[in-house]
Design a binder for this molecule. Structure first.
Ligand code: NAD
Ligand code: GLY
Length: 388
């Protein structure tokens, strides 16, 4: 991979920072912190999987730059994203006498980034933190924008804070060790950006998906860069999700519901979002907001990325109930994001009755498949993974 450094600014006034995207960056992470903290103490929060690949080299780079790093290694996976874990992280910081200028470094995927950011937000009322994302989901989405937090038994990400990192340092070479399933899951968030904001990027993904799936350097760097640019632009315009930032939640209303219904044991985040992208487009079409062709293009790209697009067998009641526990509920109304055309979405509430009608017609008994035929006799063979 040719060494090309890209810098994408996130313009947030005094909370502004840079996203630095550079192959091989991890080896110089220590040097890059120099401008960000004067304290020698750095807590490196990571999980066991990531630690096995990247902890030693990160610690080496930090020590070489004069830092005194404390590793904090957590169990991998969504089920670690709890208040209990936050308490454990805070415990380590207090025991090691971390101060206001001491820095936390989130080395890992979205789970580690969300936990680290929240711990940084509340320890001594806020200490600096830096994101070093190592999954595709984290490199294109979760490390940027300052949403931090943990899950509650009744809903995902219910507890947290908006707290911006001091920098996002992306080394795309770390994606080479990412399990295939995690890589593909990340593509759901990438496809989301094309749908919500950039029809040319969507067309690029349609054209380049085979190369992207082979992890070809150039298209992968472009995917990360363009995703970060779109996210940075949306966040700069609406940091605390008063309005436009909601568009980033496209695919997540149904996606989060499916994730929490599975007790965070079945679908991983990106897989749930992939289903959400298609199902929410289908619902938008049912509401008359977009043409069937829009749904078909989204479904086709999601499938070509190797993602599932179907809801496994479940009743409407539990899904609707899970949707009610989402943060996107305002005054009891579920606020959804709906595609109008590729590259443009609209934000509006969804009524239970309309959602129930749609669910019955697409997932209930006697439903019609997207091609208009009865289920069981598909007119086209679709490559989907349906979890029971
Ligand atoms: P994750 O953090 O659980 O990481 C997925 C798996 O990959 C883990 O097992 C991890 O150990 C492993 N891993 C990470 N990097 C690796 C690497 N380079 N090589 C080998 N293994 C590696 O999952 P994720 O998909 O990165 O993040 C999902 C989380 O992010 C969810 O909790 C979601 O809510 C959150 N999220 C937050 C935001 C936000 O704006 N804050 C946005 C999107 C998603
Ligand atoms: N991932 C949604 C957001 O950052 O707003």
């Amino acid at each position: 991979m040719a060494v090309v450094k890209q810098i994408i600014p996130v313009a947030l006034g005094e909370r502004s920072y840079d996203i630095v995207l550079c192959p091989g960056l991890l080896a110089t992470v220590g040097d890059r912190l120099r401008a960000l903290t004067t304290s020698p103490k750095v807590g490196v929060v990571t999980d066991r999987h990531v630690a096995s690949h990247y902890l030693q080299s990160t610690l080496r780079s930090l020590r070489k730059a004069g830092y005194d790093p404390t590793p904090i290694i957590l169990p991998p996976g969504e089920r670690t994203k709890t208040l209990g874990t936050i308490a454990k992280v805070l415990d380590v910081l207090a025991r090691h006498k971390f101060e206001r200028q001491s820095l936390l470094l989130a080395l890992g995927g979205g789970v580690i980034g969300d936990i680290t950011g929240f711990a940084a937000a509340i320890y001594q009322r806020g200490i600096p933190f830096v994101q070093v994302p190592t999954t595709l989901v984290a490199q294109v989405d979760s490390s940027v924008g300052g949403k931090t937090g943990v899950d509650h038994r009744l809903g995902k990400n219910l507890i947290g804070a908006f707290y911006q990192p001091r920098a996002v340092l992306i080394d795309p070479l770390t994606l080479r060790t990412l399990p295939r399933r995690e890589w593909i899951a990340g593509l759901a968030e990438v496809i989301k950006y094309g749908i919500i904001a950039d029809k040319e990027f969507f067309a690029f993904l349609e054209q380049e998906m085979p190369a992207i799936l082979k992890l070809a350097d150039e298209p992968v760097i472009h995917v990360i860069k363009r995703s970060c640019e779109i996210k940075a632009d949306v966040v700069a315009g609406d940091e605390r999700e008063a309005d436009r930032r909601r568009i980033l939640n496209y695919g997540h209303t149904i996606g989060h519901a499916l994730e929490s219904l599975g007790g965070y044991r079945g679908l991983i985040h990106g897989e749930a979002v992939g289903i959400g992208l298609v199902q929410e487009a289908d619902l938008a079409c049912h509401m008359g907001l977009c043409a069937r062709e829009v749904v078909d293009r989204i479904r086709s790209l999601v499938q070509r990325a190797g993602l599932s697009e179907q809801v496994s067998r479940t009743a409407f009641g539990p899904i609707w109930k899970a949707m009610q526990h989402d943060k996107k509920v305002v005054g009891g109304q579920v606020i959804g994001v709906w595609p109008v055309r590729i590259g443009e979405v609209t934000i509006r509430p969804i009524e239970q009755q309309i959602c129930a009608e749609w669910f019955q017609s697409t997932h209930g008994r006697g439903r019609k498949t997207p091609s208009g035929s009865r289920p069981g006799k598909p007119s086209i063979r679709r490559k989907t993974r349906v979890r029971k």
